[in-house]
Design a protein around this ligand. Structure first.
Ligand code: NAD
Length: 487
C-alpha cells in the first residue's frame, strides 16, 4: 500500500520541493510508516520567505477587528473538525484518544479564540509633554517563526500562531519532524477561514530547517518549544540577526505534599503530572516530595492506583489511558533512565519495563514507573526523562524542602498540596518556577501566562502579556509649536 506524501504549505497551497527529499513518519503505537513528508529545500525556503512577506503586507493592513473575525472562523472550523484532528494527533504522537478528543484541539482553539478577542482591544498611549504630545502604536513585528515539539503538535501550532496572527504578523511554522501533520491541517483551516495566502506557512524538516529559520535575517522573532539544549542553539543562532525569542523548554518540576494535604487528591495530581500523555509533558511534576507523616499512605495509594487504573493499548481505543512513547529511540532513552535509577539505588515501587499490549504489540510503550526512596543527587531526580517515570522523595521540614525543590537549573513548574492556605502561598512564593499550582496540577487555560524560570524558558505564552511579545511599540512625538533651533 502506498502512503500519502505531504508537501510544504506555502502561500496558501501545497508546494513541491525540488530535491524530492522526503522523510517518513511512523505511528508510535504500531511502528508502521503512515505517510511521508517533503523536506523544505532551498527552493521551498525562499518561497516561504517571499510568501510570508506578501502575507504580512496583506494581513497587517487589515484592521484588528477584521483579523479577529477571520481567526474566529478558524476557531469554529477547528471545533467542528475536533474528531478528525484529534485522530491525526493520536496517530502522529501515540497519545490516547481519550485525551486528544477533549484536550488537544480544544486547548488550541481556545488560545486562538482568546487572542482573536484581544486583538481589537490593543491600544497605545497618549501623553502631553508641555504643549507637545506623543502617542504610541503597537505594531506587528513582521515574519515570525514557530518551531514546535512533538508532544502537543497541533496545540503548539495554535499557541504560537494565535497571538502572532492576532497581532498582525505572518508566520512560518516548522512542526517537529516526528509529528508534522497537525500543522498542515491548521494551515488548510486558516485558508478556509479566510486568512490570506502567505500569512501562515508550514515548512517541514528536522534540525537543518529549524537552523535556517533561526538564522534567516528576514525573520524577526522565533518562538521555540523543545529541549533546553536545542533552545540554547536556537537562541545563539537568533542572536546573529538579533531576533526576539520566546523559549518554552524542559522542566524537572517539584510537587510538595504536606502532611495536612488531601492525600488522595495529591496522588491524583502526581499521577496526572507523570502519566498523562504517557509522561511526555514539559510541566510534569517528576520530583514528588512527600512529608514523612503521610509518605507511606501516599505511596501505598499511588501503587494501588497505578497498578489497577492504568490501561495501555491501542491509543484509539477510548478505554486506553496510557499511550505509546513518540519513538523507539525515545523508548530506549526512557528505559535507560529507569536502569540508571535502579543502578543508583532507587527502589522500584512499580513498573520499570517496556510494555507490549495485546492491542498494540509493536508500539513503543513503557510501564508507568514509580521510584521511591529517591535521593536528590540521583540522575532520575535531576534530569528530564519525558516519559512515565516518577521519583518520590521524603521530607520533614518546610524550609529544607523548598531549598531542595529549588536546587535545579530548571524552573518550569511547581505544585503544593496543603490545606493550610498561608503555607500554600508562603511556599509557592518561594518556589523558583513560572507555572505554579496549589491543590491542583497541570491546568493551563488560555488566560493564564505560561513559561519558565531559569533555564526552562524566556518569555511567556498565553495570557494578555503574550500579545506584547508579538508587537513592537512605535513612539510618535508631535510638535505643536515652532522648533527652537540654535542653527
Ligand atoms: P527538540 O528540542 O529535540 O526539538 C524541538 C524542535 O526543534 C523540533 O521541531 C526540531 O526539529 C527542532 N530543532 C532541532 N534542532 C534544532 C536546531 N539546531 N535549530 C532549530 N530547530 C531545531 O525537542 P522535542 O524532543 O521535540 O520535544 C521535547 C522537549 O520539549 C522536552 O524537553 C519538553 O520539556 C519540551 N517542551 C516544552 C514545552 C513548554 O511549553 N515549555 C512544551 C512541550 C515540550
Amino acid at each position: 500500500m502506498t502512503t500519502p506524501v505531504y508537501e510544504n504549505f506555502i502561500n496558501g497551497h501545497f508546494l513541491k520541493n525540488q530535491t524530492g527529499d522526503t522523510f517518513a513518519v511512523k505511528n508510535p503505537a504500531t511502528d508502521e510508516v503512515i505517510y511521508h513528508v517533503e523536506i523544505a529545500d532551498e527552493f521551498i525556503q525562499n518561497a516561504a520567505i517571499e510568501s510570508a512577506k506578501q502575507g504580512f503586507a496583506a494581513w497587517s493592513a487589515m484592521t484588528p477587528i477584521e483579523r479577529s473575525r477571520i481567526l474566529l472562523k478558524a476557531v469554529a472550523i477547528l471545533r467542528d473538525r475536533n474528531d478528525e484532528l484529534a485522530k491525526v494527533e493520536v496517530l502522529d504522537t501515540g497519545k490516547p484518544w481519550q485525551e486528544a478528543e477533549c484536550v488537544d484541539v480544544e486547548t488550541g482553539a481556545d488560545v486562538i479564540e482568546y487572542f482573536a478577542g484581544l486583538a481589537p482591544a490593543q491600544v497605545g498611549q497618549q501623553q502631553m509633554v508641555g504643549n507637545d504630545f506623543y502617542y504610541t502604536r503597537k505594531e506587528p513585528l513582521g515574519i515570525c517563526a514557530g518551531i514546535g515539539a512533538w508532544n502537543y503538535p497541533l496545540q503548539i501550532a495554535c499557541w504560537k500562531s494565535g497571538p502572532a496572527l492576532a497581532a498582525g504578523n505572518a508566520v512560518i511554522f516548522k512542526p517537529s519532524e516526528e509529528t508534522p501533520l497537525g500543522a498542515i491541517k491548521l494551515s488548510e483551516i486558516f485558508i478556509e477561514a479566510g486568512v490570506p495566502a502567505g500569512v501562515f506557512n508550514v515548512v517541514q524538516g528536522a534540525a537543518e530547517v529549524g537552523q535556517w529559520l533561526t538564522a534567516n535575517p528576514n525573520i524577526e522573532k522565533v518562538s521555540f518549544t523543545g529541549e533546553v539544549g536545542t533552545g540554547k542553539k536556537v537562541m545563539a543562532s537568533a542572536a546573529g540577526s538579533l531576533k526576539d525569542v520566546t523559549m518554552e523548554l524542559g522542566g524537572k518540576s517539584p510537587l510538595l505534599v504536606f502532611d495536612d494535604a488531601d492525600v488522595s487528591q495529591a496522588v491524583s495530581a502526581a499521577m496526572l503530572g507523570n502519566f498523562y500523555t504517557q509522561g511526555e509533558i514539559c510541566t510534569n511534576c517528576t520530583r514528588i516530595y512527600v512529608h514523612k507523616n503521610v509518605y507511606q499512605q501516599f505511596i501505598d495509594e499511588l501503587k494501588t492506583r497505578t497498578e489497577q487504573n492504568i490501561i495501555a493499548g491501542d491509543p484509539m481505543d477510548p478505554e486506553v489511558n496510557l499511550g505509546a512513547l513518540i519513538s523507539k529511540k525515545h523508548q530506549e532513552l526512557v528505559l535507560g533512565y529507569i536502569d540508571k535509577g535502579i543502578q543508583e539505588g532507587a527502589t522500584l515501587l512499580t513498573g520499570g519495563k517496556a510494555l507490549s499490549p495485546v492491542s498494540a504489540p509493536n508500539g513503543y510503550f513503557v510501564e508507568p514507573t514509580v521510584f521511591v526512596d529517591c535521593k536528590d543527587d540521583m540522575t532520575i531526580v535531576k534530569e528530564e526523562i519525558f516519559g512515565p517515570v516518577m521519583s518520590v522523595l521524603v521530607f520533614d521540614d518546610e524550609d529544607d524542602v523548598i531549598q531542595r525543590a529549588n536546587d535545579t537549573h530548571l524552573g518550569l513548574a511547581a505544585g503544593v498540596f496543603t490545606k493550610d492556605i498561608q503555607r500554600a502561598h508562603r511556599v509557592i512564593h518561594q518556589l523558583q518556577a513560572g507555572i505554579c499550582w496549589i491543590n491542583s496540577y497541570g491546568n493551563s487555560p488560555a488566560e493564564m501566562p505560561v513559561g519558565g524560570y531559569k533555564q526552562s524558558g524566556i518569555g511567556r505564552e498565553n495570557g494578555i502579556e503574550t500579545l506584547d511579545h508579538y508587537t513592537q511599540t512605535k513612539s510618535i512625538y508631535v510638535g505643536m509649536s515652532n522648533i527652537e533651533s540654535p542653527f
